[in-house]
Write a protein that binds this ligand. Structure first.
Ligand code: ARG
Length: 464
């Protein structure tokens, strides 16, 4: 039986070689070669464990561990020849090991299967990716705190329905994003716990007849726990779906953030300036400076949502245990992780470079009757019921719209036409500073509260 004609790892029971197109169609090496480092780590831990279990000799273990180190070197030097006919990263590396070591190389796969091998590799890979993502997330959050502190007193209009609602401080607005990202951080850290459980030892599906010591590989690979069921271990990809769900929420937040940056850099708002290095121009309109980075992040959000939907659909209805369907888990997962990491990185670089145009923000807050609620609250303090105050202020705003005057621009006589409870002290509440300073409680927009929130945020980052 010529095993050259077909795959050397499983060719034994086949009487004709795999169709050339089918070989390409079923191969995953083009994308799963990305797992090579984690595949090698998993194999080295497995070989060490097999020696402790008395399955491999110490000399065999040492040859395998050293051989795999050299293969890693070849891959990183770009001299490794990836072969599609060897299907995936696992068989490419194993075949090369056997080429180098002869029969010892063939012993590595004792007591395991590609099914537990690939599940282990993805988890090891994703654990590292989450750690790298958390680094960028931290950097972005630190940048937000810095900017929020500098802009604690900067006044801008706050919006509901994208209509001017009440004045807020720019620092407060920035800290809203900080809060969202804190929850994203929590979710990723929590997801990492479930990623960090070891399927190795599940073998193909039922476990193995060798006296494997799963605690040994668990410790060598830094897993937090050993998967408790072999069928589950080789088949479920819920950890990857969970990561994509957390990544989708983080991207959803970044897309909202992006949208505001896009609006604010427009000629209509002009609230901020982004440095040229984060923007590009137009090949036809010389005046253009486009906020490409936030636009692209907003657009890339769709890829991550797509990965989540794709993986949910991939997993839905799969019977136990491993099915080839699961080979389709990698590309969406890789893409989601890359997209989130790159988007966070771009934002972490860009946020500290945001230049607020404080005068324009302030002027926008001054227009649009943003202190109308403050006038109503003032009348409540004079003893009127809130609903009546709401009506009184409504009339004053109507007068303001007709006469082109903001509330703070009206004279005391004009204001007293709407209520004789209004006195000279009203002007203090109609100022923008009066308005934001009055919201002086945890989570409120007062500059003092923004500074306190920045302090709490710094303590949170320091505890991570
Ligand atoms: N390339 C496969 C995957 O990504 C590895 C596991 C294949 N196992 C098998 N028995 N065909 O899922």
């Amino acid at each position: 039986m010529s095993s050259e004609k077909t795959n050397q790892s499983w060719g034994g029971r086949f009487s004709e070689p795999v169709d050339a197109f089918v070989a390409r169609f079923t191969a995953s090496v083009d994308f799963d070669k990305r797992l090579y480092r984690h595949d090698i780590l998993g194999s080295q831990a497995h070989a060490r464990m097999l020696t402790q279990a008395g399955v491999l000799s110490e000399a065999e273990r040492d040859a395998i561990v050293a051989g795999l180190d050299e293969i890693r070197g070849e891959i990183e030097a770009g001299t490794f020849e990836w072969r599609v006919d060897l299907e995936d990263v696992h068989m490419n590396i194993e075949a090369r090991l056997t080429e180098r070591l002869g029969v010892v190389g063939k012993k590595l796969h004792t007591g395991r299967s590609r099914n537990d091998q690939v599940a282990t590799d993805i988890r090891l890979w994703l654990r590292d990716e989450i750690d790298a993502i958390l680094v960028e997330l931290n950097r972005l959050q630190a940048g937000l705190l810095q900017l929020a502190e500098t802009e604690a007193d900067t006044i801008m209009p706050g919006f509901t329905h994208l209509q001017t609602a009440q004045p807020v401080t720019f620092g407060h607005h920035l800290l809203a994003w900080f809060e969202m990202l804190s929850r994203d951080h929590e979710r990723l850290v929590d997801c990492r716990k479930r990623v960090n459980r070891m399927p190795l030892g599940s073998a193909a599906l039922a476990g193995t007849t060798y006296p494997i010591q799963r605690q040994v590989t668990c410790e060598l690979l830094g897993f937090e726990a050993i998967g408790g069921n072999s069928l589950d271990g080789v088949s479920d990809r819920d950890f990857a779906i969970e990561f994509c769900a957390a990544a989708s929420l983080a991207m959803m937040h970044l897309s909202r953030f992006s949208e505001e940056l896009v609006l604010w850099t427009s000629a209509q708002f002009q609230f901020i300036d982004l440095p040229d290095r984060f923007c590009t121009g137009s090949s036809i309109m010389p005046q253009k400076k486009n906020p490409d980075v936030p636009e692209l992040v907003r657009g890339k959000t769709g890829r991550v949502f797509g990965a989540l939907t794709g993986l949910l659909t991939l997993m839905k209805g799969q019977p136990l245990a491993y099915n080839k369907d699961n080979q389709e888990d990698k590309e969406p997962l890789f893409d989601a992780a890359d997209t989130l990491r790159d988007s966070l990185r771009a934002f972490a670089d860009m946020v500290p470079a945001i230049k607020p145009k404080r005068e324009i923000m302030r002027e926008a807050a001054r227009r649009g009757f943003s202190t109308a609620t403050d006038l109503a609250d003032y009348l409540v303090r004079k003893g009127l019921p809130f609903r009546d105050c709401h009506e009184i202020v409504g009339h004053a705003v109507k007068y303001g719209v007709d006469s082109g005057k903001d509330l703070a621009e009206m004279s005391l006589e004009e204001l007293r036409r709407f209520s004789d409870q209004i006195e000279q002290d009203v002007f203090a509440v109609l100022t923008l500073e009066g308005s934001v300073n009055a919201r002086d409680h945890i989570g409120g927009t007062a500059p003092a509260q923004v500074r306190a929130a920045v302090q709490r945020g710094r303590e949170l980052l320091a505890r991570r």
